[in-house]
Design a protein around this ligand. Structure first.
Ligand code: HEM
Length: 396
């Protein structure tokens, strides 16, 4: 056995490397930096600028570490149930880090535009634009090339190669999509494409012998009926209102038109071909099957078996939102700091950052789904058999 060496804090954390990794360019190029009287010590705020970026990069590293482990767990088929809990736990950790990243902008903003001008001139052409870890996070989460605002990313060859390698892997977006597509429960008692009961093929021998049912349950069909019934009820209520209250007539007619438009929208959503054309046009990314499964999870999330999937989707929505908030705040900070100037990395600056904040969203399909939820009272009850499967039932 290797003899145990007592450990010293500084050595364990390699602090002599980490704490000596701040070299001020405004000192190195003191003659060129715009700094004033304190010039020999460099521009005062450059230390904050470097440390803030380094702190970001360390947290990016931790996030990538979590994300890589999540992607490795998702690579298993089928995904063991306990691993879903592990994934969820790590996603939540990523969200906690993302909240810290958002707050760190407060610290950066204690630097004023004039303080920044003291050393900005010696930073060209470096920029957060070249943060490889940020790009890897984007790619591994699922940001596609097609979505990107078209700019030259200014990465050197090794970083470009690392980006290409990440693109060749399955992203979190796709991993969750595939997982949802494999989710049973959307049909019951019917035969899957391989001739097996859908539920049997996913869950395995525990349910063998269930056999085919007289009237196979289909979530999608039931949901369409429920939506149809909900709209029919709303129209009836309005018709009654119009006949009983002449004064509300113009308003009710307007409401009726709105209900009809919303119903048409819903029917387009139910139509696989129309949905496919949305995917083809880039308006949606998530497959039709995964969309149905996600909707099922959102609607019936109170069932114990759907709790973890629901929380997992919620965690991913939060992550997407946190990244969007960070992008937005960073864009505002850049605007405040440099106004309409171009960035040191060569983009249009604030204009680019603001459009990236709008367009570089990954899990938008799940946000869009909220428009297709219906109130609990209109929700079709699940068949007792399925309800029992999704719950905790113990027989003594
Ligand atoms: C004075 C503070 C800052 C200013 C004025 C600023 C400005 C900019 C600008 C103008 C860009 C666009 C690219 C370019 O042309 O350079 C950019 C990109 C970027 N910056 Fe900053 N930045 C600041 C601080 C930070 C910090 C603290 C981080 C933390 C890592 C950061 C990370 C990034 C990233 C990741 C991008 C790429 C964003 C994307 O392509 O969507 N920036 N920044």
């Amino acid at each position: 056995m290797k003899p145990y060496e007592p450990l010293y804090y500084r050595d364990y954390l390699q602090l002599s490397s980490v704490l000596n990794a701040q070299s001020l360019r405004s000192v190195e190029y003191a003659d060129r930096a715009e700094a004033s009287a304190e010039a020999s010590a460099g521009a005062h705020d450059e230390m904050l600028f470097i440390i803030t970026h380094q702190a970001y990069e360390l947290w990016f590293k931790q996030m990538l570490f979590e994300l890589d482990s999540i992607l490795a767990l998702f690579a298993q088929k089928p995904l063991p149930a306990p691993d879903v809990a592990t994934i969820l736990h790590r996603l939540r950790r990523m969200n906690s880090i993302a909240r810290v990243l958002l707050q760190q902008i407060d610290i950066m903003e204690t630097m004023t535009p004039m303080d920044f001008l003291d050393f900005r001139g010696v930073l060209y052409p470096a920029s957060g634009f070249q943060s490889l870890q940020f790009r890897l996070l984007e790619i591994k989460l699922g940001l596609s090339d097609e979505q990107r605002v078209q700019v030259h990313l200014q990465l050197d060859a090794p970083d470009q190669a690392a980006m290409n390698a990440a693109k060749a892997q399955q992203s979190l977006f796709v991993a969750i999509e595939r997982w949802l597509e494999r989710m049973p429960f959307l049909e019951l008692g019917g035969l899957g494409s391989d001739g097996k009961n859908e539920l049997e093929s996913e869950i395995g021998s525990g349910l063998e012998g269930e056999g085919a049912h007289a009237t196979p349950y289909s979530f999608w069909r039931e949901y369409q009926h429920a939506v149809g019934a909900m709209y029919a009820h709303e129209r009836d209520m309005l018709a009654q209102n119009i006949s009983q209250n002449a004064a509300s007539h113009p308003f009710s007619l307007k409401l009726l038109a709105q209900i009809e438009a919303s119903e048409v929208n819903f029917h387009a959503f139910f139509d696989a071909e129309k949905y496919q054309s949305l995917v083809a046009s880039g308006a949606r990314r998530l497959s039709f099957r995964a969309t149905q499964a996600a909707l099922f999870v959102f609607l019936y999330r109170e069932y114990p078996l759907l709790q973890q999937p629901f929380r997992l989707l919620e965690a991913v929505l939060e992550l997407d939102e946190m990244f969007a908030l960070w992008r937005y705040r960073h864009a505002q900070m850049a605007f405040r700091m440099i106004g309409g100037r171009v960035g040191t990395g060569g983009s249009s600056g604030h204009e680019y950052l603001a459009s990236a904040a709008m367009k570089h969203r990954i899990f938008t399909d799940y946000f869009v789904l909220s428009a297709y939820l219906i109130p609990r009272k209109s929700l079709p009850a699940l068949p007792p058999e399925l309800s029992a499967m999704l719950g905790f039932s113990f027989e003594s």
